[in-house]
Design a protein around this ligand. Sequence first.
Ligand code: NDP
Length: 330
Amino acid sequence: TAQIVLASRPKGLPVTDNFRMEQVDLPQINDGEILLKGLYYSVDPYMRGRMNDAKSYAPPFEIDQPIYGGVIGKVVESKSELHQPGDVVVGNFPWRRDFIVNEKEARKIDASLAPASYYLGILGMTGLTAYFGLMHIGKPKAGETVVVSGAAGAVGAVVGQIAKIQGCHVVGIAGSEEKVQLLITEFGFDKAINYNTTHDITKAIADACPNGVDVYFDNVGGEISDAVINNINFYARIPLCGQIALYNTTEIPVGPRLQPMLLTRSVLMQGFIIGQFQAQFQEGIEHLAKWVKEGKLKAHETIEHGFENLPKALLGLFKGNNTGKMLVEA
Ligand code: NDP
């Protein structure tokens, strides 16, 4: 079968040459194991961090070893009581077209409830990140103003839609005209700002948020966040979800001194990693699935085709090639 390995560690922005596709033989399948065929592969910004040789909450990928990530697979052969051929499962699996895993590493999904791919997005890691970051840290109240950066992406589009469900004034920041249109027409945001064509983002936020910003869901960091924080309200909450604007920098730039805004306005800023909410995932999935079923929450995906295009899809996240959840269908 084919696999994609990390060939070298990137400096700055990764390139496709940092990956290599190669053929490997599959071993025999043992008791307690299942043979899977990959259907959908998730590409996520956090994978960039794992390409570095640096300790973080997820260990680094190893050179010449397959990349691992969220994958939906179909059971082809089973030596497990837990999984039957034909079952569809999700797990953290290698970038291989076919692969053998221990039965306990795979979680069965109900593909009749929602399309299988949703379990990598809106009903999976990114949907849960939006739900817990916004509801448990951002704690929006009806009538408040919620700003989200990376707004047209997998997490951001869900954050904005949940904030609308909560009765908030919702403003999104994204990187193209097409995306800001989508935020308003498809996802129901009240206002959207294109950071690539807006000269003064601080002023654009002030105009879009006449009552200031009560919750800032930060997916990107850098200058966009500086501009939002310039408009932050007393007792605002800032769920610190991602800093994609900084993932490819070799030196972290110094932002404005935050003391006048965060300190004097009693702002709460809290970083989080979605895994910390694991014990409550069921609560999150139930809310998300209910809203999807009621048509209040739209699942939006960008699906690239072909296993061999996984590196290209991953790199595309840093160029803004996706709207909603970026996936590869093998
Ligand atoms: P997205 O679907 O949002 O894809 C990434 C998007 O980021 C791109 O489409 C692009 O949109 C934007 N982007 C890329 N480079 C930059 C840049 N330099 N400045 C500003 N925006 C940029 O990814 P996810 O929804 O999966 O993730 C969003 C964020 O949430 C990431 O930072 C990720 O690391 C984080 N995250 C954190 C988790 C946690 O547990 N804390 C879990 C999951 C995700 P555009 O065209 O608008 O620039």
